[in-house]
Design a protein around this ligand. Structure first.
Ligand code: NAD
Length: 267
């Protein structure tokens, strides 16, 4: 029996990248998975098939559910559907996220609003619906946010992204504190560089990738499943006493890699 046996889980932005890996990993560990996507129904269907295959002979359910996480009505409709089909929800994973690079003094306000809308408003809207459901059901639940090392490390030319992940740290902690006494755990995972479509700029370009990986203490980017496994742990009962935390899975990126050499001591 898997660690996540019969848990009902909703994963936002699950038609690609880390969200897809989470859906597959969670299905393999026994969870019923609701796979949210905004656009691209075929990719979401592909995730569903991969999750199905990962179960082998074990029973379980996959549900594909469309919805833009930044839109209140769409989020409410998505929760109605998932809870209607599954009966209840145990775990929400706020994974959907976007980024739009630009020098900070040249950012379009629409782009700024869109990034904050998907990366921060979306997790709030989804968390609010999940918490309403958890409280009504009275059996607790877990919310996991896909944050980033940029929760704590500034990212010039990605201002809205950086702000959104900084805000996610506080979203995680505030909700964790507010609902800790009602059996609701709220945590985050902070990935470093992961091989997913959001990083198209370098994942298939050997030189660009080498440049990225030269900055990572472990000298390589992560595979999406290495991040999904951290979500699986935090969603499981093995993490039953953990709340309000961000677990960084970043190959050492949060360790101030520039200090690998003692440049500040003149040695
Ligand atoms: P990705 O682009 O493959 O995944 C993002 C997903 O979000 C996509 O499936 C996209 O369709 C979906 N999405 C976008 N807008 C949406 C909306 N309005 N509603 C619903 N879904 C929407 O890239 P990824 O790397 O898998 O990113 C997933 C999460 O991981 C993001 O929150 C990202 O910030 C975070 N992250 C990624 C990395 C990395 O290096 N890949 C590092 C740190 C954090």
């Amino acid at each position: 029996m898997g660690r996540l046996q019969a848990k009902n889980v909703l994963i936002t932005g699950a038609s690609s990248g880390i969200g897809q890996a989470i859906a597959v990993r969670f299905a393999r560990e026994g969870a019923n998975v609701a796979i949210n996507y905004r656009s691209g129904a075929e990719a979401a269907e592909e995730t569903r098939k991969m999750a199905r295959a990962a179960r082998g002979d074990e029973e379980g359910r996959e549900l594909v559910v469309q919805g833009d996480v930044s839109q209140e009505r769409a989020v409410q409709e998505m929760f109605r559907r998932v809870i209607g089909e599954f009966g209840w929800l145990d775990v929400l994973i706020n994974n959907a996220g976007i980024q739009k690079p630009a020098a900070s003094h040249e950012i379009d306000v629409e782009d700024f609003d869109r990034v904050i809308g998907v990366n921060l408003r979306g997790p709030f809207l989804c968390a609010r619906e999940a918490i309403r459901h958890f409280l009504q059901r009275g059996k607790g639940g877990a919310i996991l946010n896909n944050s980033s090392v940029h929760e704590i490390i500034p990212k010039p030319k990605y201002l809205a992204y950086s702000i959104s992940k900084g805000g996610m740290e506080n979203l995680t902690k505030t909700l964790a504190l507010e609902y800790a006494d009602r059996g609701i755990r709220v945590n985050a995972v902070g990935p470093g560089a992961v091989v997913t479509p959001i990083n198209m700029a370098w994942i298939n370009d050997a030189r660009a990738r080498q440049e990225v990986e030269s900055h990572i203490p472990m000298s390589r980017a992560a595979e999406a499943d290495e991040i999904a496994s951290v979500f699986a742990f935090l969603a499981s009962d093995e993490a039953s006493y953990i709340t309000g935390q961000t677990l960084f899975a970043c190959g050492g990126l949060t360790l101030y890699p520039e200090f690998r050499v003692a440049w500040s001591s003149g040695e």
